[in-house]
Design a protein around this ligand. Structure first.
Ligand code: ADE
Length: 233
């Protein structure tokens, strides 16, 4: 799968995506991520990419043309024939869920547009964007962190990125429930004992205990998810 991130801060994205599991997966070729600097596509001699909003108001708005020219360069780059599915990261978008990430992992190619300042000229969004995604009901200074969250969420479901499918299939949100608690050695720490069933080696009892814990945890922490789960059963 190929991701292209259009941003004013490519170094910020590259720094995160070069580390840890995603960094190793990129080196191994399980996914391709390219970070593009929108500023490289402005025709302005001072390399400007923003201007004040029509109608007045505070802040600056990112101009349509540098973004569009960057998008065209991305579409023309490489061998892939298909147009990328285009996402604008914005607090006005639909909130990201594990379910949406599972659908997006089917796309061969994603284009992620990171906004800044007071937003992006609406006309370029009309022209190139297929969907807007928010990572939650709060406002960040730009779309870079949300784009990185989206890449990470999707990339870890790609074949080869994690050692086994069960690494993500058993986790919080995948099944609609939160994950059961985990323990490792020592068996007693600061006077707290590991639940006895986990020391028995009895696989069926352990699976039942974990499922009960998942249900209980979801009911306590996320009653909204718990109700959805019961309704879908
Ligand atoms: N840009 C600023 N805040 C955001 C959010 N919550 N989600 C996605 N993009 C954003």
């Amino acid at each position: 799968m190929r991701f292209d991130i259009a941003t004013l801060f490519p170094k910020m994205c590259e720094a995160v995506l070069s580390e840890s599991i995603i960094g190793r997966a990129r080196t191994a070729g399980f996914l391709e991520v390219n970070c593009w600097n929108i500023r490289d596509y402005t025709l302005d001699k001072h390399r400007r990419v923003d201007d004040s909003p029509y109608g007045g108001g505070r802040g600056m708005v990112m101009q349509a043309d540098p973004i569009f020219r960057c998008y065209q360069a991305i579409c023309a780059d490489g061998e892939m024939a298909e147009k990328p599915h285009c996402i604008y990261l914005s607090p006005k978008g639909k909130v990201l869920t594990q379910q949406r990430a599972r659908e997006l992992v089917q796309q061969p190619r994603l284009f992620l547009l990171c906004g800044h300042y007071e937003g992006v000229d609406e006309r370029v969004l009309n022209e190139i964007i297929d969907e807007e995604i928010s990572i939650g009901d709060y406002v960040l200074t730009g779309g870079e962190l949300p784009a990185l969250v989206l890449v990470d969420t999707i990339a870890r479901m790609l074949p080869g990125v994690l050692p086994e499918k069960c690494c993500f299939e058993e986790e919080s949100h995948y099944s609609g429930l939160l994950e059961y608690p985990q323990y490792t050695r020592p068996a007693v720490w600061h006077g707290q004992e590991v639940p006895e069933v986990l020391l028995t080696g009895h696989h069926k009892n352990i699976a039942d205990w974990r499922f009960a814990q998942s249900l209980d945890m979801t009911k306590q922490h996320r009653p909204d998810l718990y109700l959805d789960y019961l309704n879908k059963k």
